[in-house]
Design a protein around this ligand. Structure first.
Ligand code: DAH
Length: 356
């Protein structure tokens, strides 16, 4: 009569034959083998159940040989599992190699200048043709340039309209500029009149909702000379907007208040999306505000020691983001800041200097 011990020994040999005959040692085949031998309904488990029928005096030896069988199988399975892991590792290595230095496929997304950059380049080109010099100015600036010298003293209520980010310094109050108008002051302190400058740049305000982003872009303009009038201002702005948006572009000036100009106005462009009929973009008004302008306030001239009796001037500040939005009829300002490569690549057709 075959005893459990004999069966256990025979099964160990059978298991080894099973293991050696595996065609491939993969995580799946090893797991199958484990289930077949040690699983809930596996051969070894059944053998343990048969222990019930073993006479008491043989139980000890039978149990021993079954434990030997079980631990031997477990040890072999461990070896097989690590072989299977090697198999997975090598099959990954042997896959078609990925050469990241190969040139990309033709149809992948093209890089392109950002619409705000395109709009800025277009405007600068236009202004240069009108004899303007392009100026740059600091994005972090002293309160003096961003506010005080622009006729916005420390407790002026109009400061509330431009809630900003303040920076701590030892010497003076500094801010992230809220407007490119700070460049007016830098330019006038550096140059003697007459003066004709434009200055594009990033500006910052504590503002974030569907139509406002904490960072946006403006382009500032300043002309100072003898006998400059509001008619010069209107003519300049209209001609600039015509050259950007075409001769049919309609503009309107609405009286408004900016502390650094008197009189001051807001400039609206007829909505290019609906041609003034009213749509979601222009909130059904047919018009979109693109910036402010006006005649330089005598207090500003005083702050930079220009003679306001001898000189007059006009200034304007436009939102570059708004202008780009209008130009390409973008439904949402946020598209300009999301960094979506699909959106961005569409602008690759507008190479530098090409008509937008
Ligand atoms: N700096 C103003 C703003 O950000 C815009 C502005 C209005 C600029 C009138 C000007 C101006 O130069 O004359 O709201």
């Amino acid at each position: 009569m075959t005893t459990i011990m004999d069966r256990a020994n025979a099964l160990l040999i059978e298991f080894e034959q099973n293991a050696n005959s595996l065609e491939k040692v993969t995580p799946d085949t090893v797991e199958e083998l484990r289930i077949h031998w040690l699983g809930k309904k596996g051969i070894v488990t059944k053998l343990f159940e048969d222990m019930r029928h073993v006479p008491n005096e043989e139980k000890r030896d039978a149990g021993k040989s079954m434990n030997v069988l079980k631990t031997s199988i477990e040890a072999s399975l461990d070896v097989l599992k690590s072989k299977a892991a090697d198999f997975v590792f090598h099959s990954i290595l042997n896959r078609a190699p990925l050469d990241i230095t190969l040139p990309s496929q033709k149809d992948t997304l093209k890089g392109a200048l950002h619409p705000i950059t395109l709009m800025q380049q277009k405007l600068l080109k236009e202004f240069r043709q009108h004899g303007f010099t392009v100026y740059d100015g600091p994005e972090t600036d002293f309160d003096f340039y961003n506010f005080t010298a622009l006729n916005l003293p420390a407790d002026h209520p109009a400061r509330d309209m431009q809630d900003t980010f303040h920076l701590k310094t030892n010497q003076d109050i500094m801010v992230l500029r809220t407007q490119t108008s700070n460049i007016q002051i830098h330019a006038m302190l550096q140059e003697k009149p007459p003066l004709r400058i434009v200055a594009p740049g990033r500006v910052y305000r504590v503002d974030s909702d569907q139509t406002h982003t904490p960072i946006f872009h403006q382009i500032e303009g300043l002309v100072v000379d003898k006998k400059i009038s509001f008619a010069d201002l209107k003519g300049m702005i209209q001609s600039m907007l015509h050259s950007v948006y075409g001769a049919t572009a309609k503009t309107r000036f609405r009286p408004s208040y900016f502390p650094f100009v008197e009189p001051g106005a807001e400039v609206d462009m007829q909505c290019t999306h609906c041609q003034g009929k009213g749509c979601k973009i222009c909130k059904n008004t047919g018009w979109l505000e693109i910036g402010g302008c006006g005649m330089v306030h005598p207090n500003v001239f005083e702050a930079v020691s220009y003679d306001s009796e001898e000189y007059t001037g006009f200034a304007f500040g436009f939102g570059l983001d708004r202008m780009a939005m209008l130009n390409w009829q973008l439904p949402d300002l946020r598209q300009l800041f999301e960094g979506d490569a699909g959106f961005q690549s569409q602008f690759s057709v507008f190479a530098e200097g090409a008509p937008c």
